[in-house]
Write a protein that binds this ligand. Structure first.
Ligand SMILES: [Zn+2]
Length: 409
C-alpha cells in the first residue's frame, strides 16, 4: 500500500464533462495497492487502512495524473540540425523532402543504427520525459520503411515497454513516406505494407495501432483507406497524420474509419470537424510542430466547440518537432491554440489516453487506474503553464514508485 498526501490541489482529470473540466480536489490524498489506485479523496476522509508509515508528501503542491504523450516518433538515428538552418533560410519542408532530405535522410541513418544505439537514445529520451512528469508514451515506427527495420523498431519499443517504468504504446507507421527505392513503383510499397508489414506486426503483437501520413508528399486518401482497413482487419486501431500541410480530406477519412485519432489537422476543413465530432475521433494537436514550422496551428477552439476532444502531444521527431518537452507543448497549446491551461492539461492526460486506447488504465486519478502522478511546483494549472520553466516537476510517480529521474530535475 502506498499513499500520496498533503496535495494542495489534485487535478483528477476524470473523463466526464467538457474539455476544461479537470475535476479539482482540494487538500487531497491518493492511496494505491500494487501500483493501482485504490482510494482518492479529501485527506481528512482517508480510511485507516491507507494510513501508511512513510507516505509521499506533496508539500501542498499541485498534483496531476502522469502525463501522456500520445504522439511521438521516438526511435530514430541521427538528427537534422542542418535542415533546421535551411528552413530558417527559407527552404520549405516540402522542398527539403523533395531534395532527398527530410524523412528520407532520417530513414538512412535509422537503418544504419544498431539496436544498441537506438535503445540507448530511446532510454535517454524516456528518462528525460519522466523527469517532466510524462509516464505514458506512444511511439511510432516509420523511419525504417522496409520490413526488417520497421519490425526492428517495433521490437525495440516492446522491449522498452517491458523494461519500464514508462508505459509504451507502439504504432506501426510503415506508411510514413514512400521510401526512395520505391519512388517509381509506389503501388508495390503499399502492397508491401498491406501484404507483409501489417500481418507480421499483428502476428507478433508488436503494435496497437496502424498510422498513415496522408499528404501530397506521402500517401493518398485511397492508399490510406486501404492500408488502415487492412490494419483494422488485423486488429490494429487506426490513426492518421492528416491535413497538416494541405486540407486533403484526412479528417473525414479518420471519421469514416472510426479512427482512434486524427493528428496534426492544421488545415482541417469544416466538413472534417463535423465528421470527427460525429465519429468521436480525438483530434491530436501538435503545437511544437506548428512552432518549428511557423505554421498556423489547428483550430482548437472550433474543434472543442464542435464537441471534438483535443489532445496535446509533442510529435517528437528529428525534423518538425525535435523536442520531447510536453509541458512546453502545453504552454504553446495555450498561447497558439487558445486552449485554457485546464483544457491543455486534460488534453495531455485522459484525452491523450483515449487517443491511444488506454483511457481505462491511465490518464486520470481514479480508483482502478495506474498510480501515475506528477507533483508540480505550482499552486494550480494556470500558474504551472503560465510561468514556463525548464522543469516544474518535483517528483514523478509511476505505478506507485517514485522515479529516479525526478531527483535530477
Ligand atoms: Zn508525427
Amino acid at each position: 500500500v502506498g499513499l500520496l498526501r498533503n496535495i494542495g490541489k489534485l487535478a483528477t482529470c476524470r473523463p466526464e464533462g467538457g474539455q476544461g473540466d479537470i475535476h479539482l480536489l482540494r487538500d487531497a490524498a491518493v492511496a494505491w495497492r500494487d501500483g493501482t489506485i485504490a482510494w482518492v479523496g479529501a485527506e481528512r476522509d482517508l480510511p485507516p487502512e491507507y494510513r501508511v508509515e512513510a507516505p509521499i508528501d506533496a508539500g501542498g503542491a499541485l498534483v496531476v495524473p502522469g502525463l501522456v504523450d500520445c504522439h511521438t516518433h521516438l526511435a530514430f538515428g541521427g538528427w537534422r540540425a542542418d535542415e533546421f538552418e535551411q528552413r530558417i533560410l527559407g527552404a520549405s519542408y516540402l522542398e527539403i523532402a523533395t531534395a532527398g532530405g527530410g524523412i528520407a535522410s532520417t530513414v538512412a541513418k535509422t537503418r544504419a543504427a544498431t539496436d544498441g544505439e537506438l535503445l540507448a537514445r530511446c532510454r535517454m529520451h524516456l528518462a528525460g520525459m519522466r523527469g517532466l512528469g510524462v509516464t505514458t508514451v506512444e511511439c511510432k515506427s516509420g523511419y525504417g520503411l522496409d520490413i526488417d527495420t520497421e519490425l526492428r523498431l517495433l521490437r525495440l519499443y516492446r522491449r522498452l515497454g517491458e523494461e519500464g517504468p514508462t508505459r509504451v504504446v507502439a504504432t506501426l507507421l510503415g506508411a510514413h513516406v514512400v521510401p526512395p527505392e520505391y519512388r517509381d513503383r509506389r503501388e508495390e510499397y503499399v502492397d508491401l505494407v498491406i501484404g507483409e508489414m501489417i500481418p507480421r506486426t499483428a502476428r507478433e503483437a508488436l503494435a496497437a495501432f496502424c498510422d498513415v501520413f496522408v499528404e501530397e508528399s506521402a500517401f493518398t486518401l485511397d492508399e490510406a483507406r486501404r492500408i488502415l482497413r487492412s490494419g483494422q482487419a488485423a486488429g490494429l486501431g487506426a490513426k492518421l497524420h492528416a491535413d497538416q500541410l494541405s486540407s486533403g480530406g484526412g479528417a473525414e477519412l479518420a471519421a469514416e474509419l472510426g479512427a482512434a485519432s486524427a493528428d496534426h489537422l492544421e488545415r482541417i476543413s469544416d466538413g472534417g470537424i463535423a465528421a470527427m465530432a460525429g465519429a468521436g475521433t480525438v483530434a491530436v494537436s501538435l503545437p511544437l510542430a506548428s512552432l518549428y514550422l511557423c505554421q498556423p496551428p489547428l483550430p482548437a477552439r472550433r474543434l472543442i466547440e464542435a464537441g471534438v476532444p483535443v489532445a496535446v502531444a509533442t510529435d517528437f521527431n528529428p525534423g518538425s518537432a525535435p523536442s520531447w518537452h510536453l509541458p512546453l507543448a502545453l504552454t504553446l497549446a495555450c498561447t497558439l491554440q487558445r486552449m485554457t491551461p485546464a483544457e491543455a492539461l486534460k488534453g495531455a492526460t485522459i484525452i491523450a489516453a483515449r487517443a491511444i486506447g488506454l483511457e481505462r488504465e491511465v490518464g486520470s486519478v481514479e480508483p482502478g487506474k495506474r498510480a501515475d502522478f506528477a507533483i508540480l511546483d505550482a499552486p494550480d494549472p494556470n500558474q504551472w503553464l503560465y510561468h514556463f520553466r525548464p522543469n516544474a516537476c518535483r517528483l514523478t510517480v509511476l505505478g506507485g514508485t517514485p522515479s529516479r529521474e525526478s531527483a535530477d530535475a
